[in-house]
Design a protein around this ligand. Structure first.
Ligand code: ADP
Ligand code: ZN
Ligand code: ZN
Length: 733
């Protein structure tokens, strides 16, 4: 009987590949879920073994043997493998790429699954007695001993390497003298409860009791809907504490920028267990070690961003998603999965509880709660002594504005600053000015590769396209008519920062946006300057809206809230409301009362009304009704077929043909819309178009694509474009 291996290979092709198992492996056949090295075309690739079969449709002369088996133990256990196969099916993405995406980079490249311990060096009792003076000429030994004397908990290899060049031979000599000793320990940080929990308020207590008591029931989805500062994190902490006590693991997903050291510190000082961290700031080795330790069960808690939803869990106990409404949980290119949706699916498969926490839950999640699929736990009040800030609109119609700031807002800023409070201004646009225009001839600075304006960046004297990154030097005269009367139109954070420095010379301004935090560690530095009071006025983009805790900020000003009111994106108003309440959540987090002022040209827009009363449920209810009437998600389900090419015609032609194929298969009431050119048709030199597919239920969408995609894939015109499918897309533009 022949034996073949069915293997997932990292290629966009949506299929599996069969290989021969050479005789030398017959005695000890590889396990499902291990990595195997295989020839693929002219390359050698690393795939994952999915199945061992005894029959294949592939003609014998085309079958090749595998080259090597890389693992004895599977890198994916059956639970994870099943989840990832489901992902491939649901998102219609190649299984090989889905699996590859779930592995740390080092494992993709073939690194061994070896857990490295770290070594800690300490003085022995004998070493503690040694007088440094007695070491006279051994300067290196003196330095090492001196440092060790100052570090009662010892020093790690990594710390020593940073501070003492060539320390190893010196340490060896000290060890031989019996002055130092070393221990190996796990690489994950160890949390120790050194800070006491606050006394819970009754809402927190109820939420925690409910989750802990219900635990035996297995899968259960909770929406922890708590206003900003209501103590959601406190609820997570106490639930996790219980999970660890039971000997289980907690998986905590946080938004991309939300993974602040502040949060990690809080976990480290409250919990009792090891914490694995997984986010994009780690290097490949750190990530590998966090992953392997989690797989081995050494981590009690895993905190990570989006892709941590694929963490290998040995003893899963609970999944928590903080700020579940956050857009960063959806991958926006390649394998476009939603980590939030997958987390719910995974919790269901694992039969464990899941908490979806947010002050402003997504309409999808609220809809699930209304349907009775999720249970809502409310935290309606701020924890401790903090009271919610007042939110008011500033009608700026025909008001005199100074650099985009109204006189009323300036007045309020003065008031708060004079009381030694900090002021936060929020504007969702970085750079100096979004448009540069010639006053003589009307020329605009447009991106040569996109249908978009170039943004003026004053500090670097550049024009930069925020869509493709193209940069140009700032012209001093109009390239068309040579006039030097160039107008800088509109405001970005850089311009506001500039203006504030002039308007408030006695205070110091700090800007936080993607430009000012590009370098590693700079965000933390800026946050420190805010929290130690060195800066009084903060100006920033949405980066500042999330999760941060600024105890001394009492006034928050939103310079422009109007984008969300009349946008072509049907999710824009939902996002606007979430943003306003999240931004408002930065004001008055402690004893001092906070105030939020929102500049708008549409002060009488009905959507603002509930927001002013902090009534997110009321706000969301209106939007949910609107979605129902307009038959949009969550009441219908969408998929988007996207295509782009250098040639303007190709995407449209491909999508027309794809549409025909879909129409031939479509027997249900799935609605096809388009193809249309994208709203910004040209981006980074490519023309883009899309076809929108809408269905009343997911099954219809699934089966339609399951049949049509193999046909679409082999269209001749498919080769002339880059195309992709986005299931449950967040962005339709
Ligand atoms: P959220 O996650 O909802 O924004 P946090 O859990 O971060 O809220 O709590 C906000 C602040 O209130 C934190 O400084 C936290 O330490 C504090 N806090 C939380 N619960 C309580 C409580 N029951 N009593 C006093 N302070 C609390
Ligand atoms: Zn001109
Ligand atoms: Zn561009």
């Amino acid at each position: 009987m022949n034996t073949y291996l069915r293997i997932a290979i990292p290629t966009p092709l949506r299929r599996q590949f069969d290989y021969i198992l050479p005789a030398k492996f017959h005695a000890k056949p590889p396990q499902i879920g291990v990595r195997v090295q295989v020839p693929f075309g002219r390359q050698t690739l690393i795939g994952i073994l999915l199945e061992v079969v005894h029959e294949t449709d592939i003609p014998a002369q085309k079958l090749k043997p595998i080259i090597e088996v890389l693992d004895e133990q599977p890198v994916f256990d059956s639970e994870l493998l099943q989840l990832l196969r489901w992902c491939s099916f649901y998102y219609h993405h190649s299984i090989g790429e889905v699996l590859q995406n779930a592995l740390p980079v080092k494992l993709r490249q073939g690194a061994p699954t070896h857990i490295k311990a770290i070594r800690r060096w300490l003085l022995t009792p004998k070493g503690k007695q040694v007088e440094l003076d007695s070491l006279k000429r051994a300067a290196k030994q003196i330095a090492l001993m001196g440092d060790l004397k100052l570090s009662p908990s010892g020093l790690l290899d990594s710390q020593l390497t940073k501070q003492h060049v060539g320390w190893r031979p010196v340490m060896k000599r000290l060890e031989e003298k019996g002055w130092v000793q070393s221990f190996e320990e796990n690489a994950l940080p160890q949390a120790k409860p050194v800070i006491q929990a606050p006394t819970l308020n009754s809402y927190q207590q109820q939420a925690i009791d409910r989750i802990i008591r219900q635990k035996q029931a297995g899968f259960h989805a909770y929406v922890l809907e708590g206003v900003t500062g209501s103590g959601k994190t406190e609820v997570y902490l106490q639930v996790i504490e219980d999970i660890i006590k039971q000997g289980n693991q907690a998986l905590v997903l946080v938004p991309e920028i939300g993974l602040t050291p502040q949060l990690l510190d809080r976990f480290l000082q409250r919990l009792d267990g090891r914490i694995a961290i997984m986010h994009s700031g780690l290097n490949d080795e750190e990530r590998l070690q966090a992953w392997l330790n989690t797989q081995a069960g050494a981590a009690d808690v895993v905190i990570g961003t989006r892709s941590a939803v694929f963490s290998p869990l040995l003893r899963p106990g609970i999944i928590i998603i903080d700020e579940e409404h956050d857009l960063s949980f959806k991958q926006q290119d390649g394998f476009r999965y939603s980590a939030r949706d997958l987390a719910v699916k995974r919790a269901r498969d694992l039969n464990i509880p899941i908490i979806l926490g947010s002050a402003t839950p997504s309409l999808e999640t609220l809809h699930n709660a209304l349907q009775g699929r999720y249970e809502t736990l409310l935290l309606p009040e701020r924890a401790g002594n903090a009271i919610p800030p007042s939110i008011q609109l500033l009608d700026v119609r025909s008001q005199k504005m100074e650099h985009g700031i109204s006189a009323q807002l300036l007045h309020k800023m003065k008031e708060h600053l004079e009381r030694d409070s900090q002021v936060l201004l929020f504007l969702n646009r970085r750079g100096y000015a979004p448009v540069l225009m010639c006053h003589e001839c009307g020329w605009h600075a447009l991106c040569p590769r996109c249908d978009a304006h170039m943004t003026l960046h004053q500090s670097s004297s550049h024009l930069r396209c925020h869509h493709c990154g193209t940069e140009q030097f700032l012209p001093s005269t109009c390239p068309k008519c040579k006039s030097d009367d160039l107008l800088q139109m509109g405001f970005g954070t850089e311009r506001i920062e500039h203006a504030l420095t002039e308007l408030f010379p006695q205070y110091r301004v700090i800007r936080i946006d993607r430009d000012s935090t590009r370098r590693k560690g700079s965000m933390q530095k800026l946050l420190n300057e805010i929290n130690n009071g060195k800066r009084q006025i903060l100006i920033g983009t949405q980066m500042l809206a999330k999760g941060h805790h600024f105890p001394n900020v009492t006034l928050v000003g939103m310079l422009n809230a109007d984008h969300g009111l009349y946008s072509s994106d049907f999710r824009a108003s939902e996002r606007m409301g979430q943003l306003i309440l999240q931004v408002a959540g930065r004001a008055g987090r402690e004893e001092k009362k906070g105030e939020v002022l929102i500049q708008t040209h549409h002060a009488d827009h009905p959507l603002f009304k509930p927001l002013l009363k902090h009534d997110y449920p009321g706000f969301a209810k209106t939007l949910i009704e609107e979605r129902q009437q307009t038959e949009l998600p969550p009441f219908t389900h969408l998929a988007l077929l996207r295509a782009e090419a250098v040639d303007q015609q190709h995407p449209m032609i491909f999508l027309e043909q794809a549409r025909l194929l879909l129409e031939q298969t479509n027997q249900s009431e799935v609605i096809l819309m388009g193809p249309f050119p994208a709203l910004m048709e040209r981006r980074a030199g490519r023309y883009r178009a899309q076809l929108l597919v809408q269905a009343n239920n997911r099954k219809q969408l699934q089966s339609l694509f399951a049949i049509s995609l193999p046909q679409i894939e082999i269209l001749k015109t498919a080769k002339k474009v880059r195309w992709s499918i986005d299931i449950d897309p967040l962005d339709l533009l």
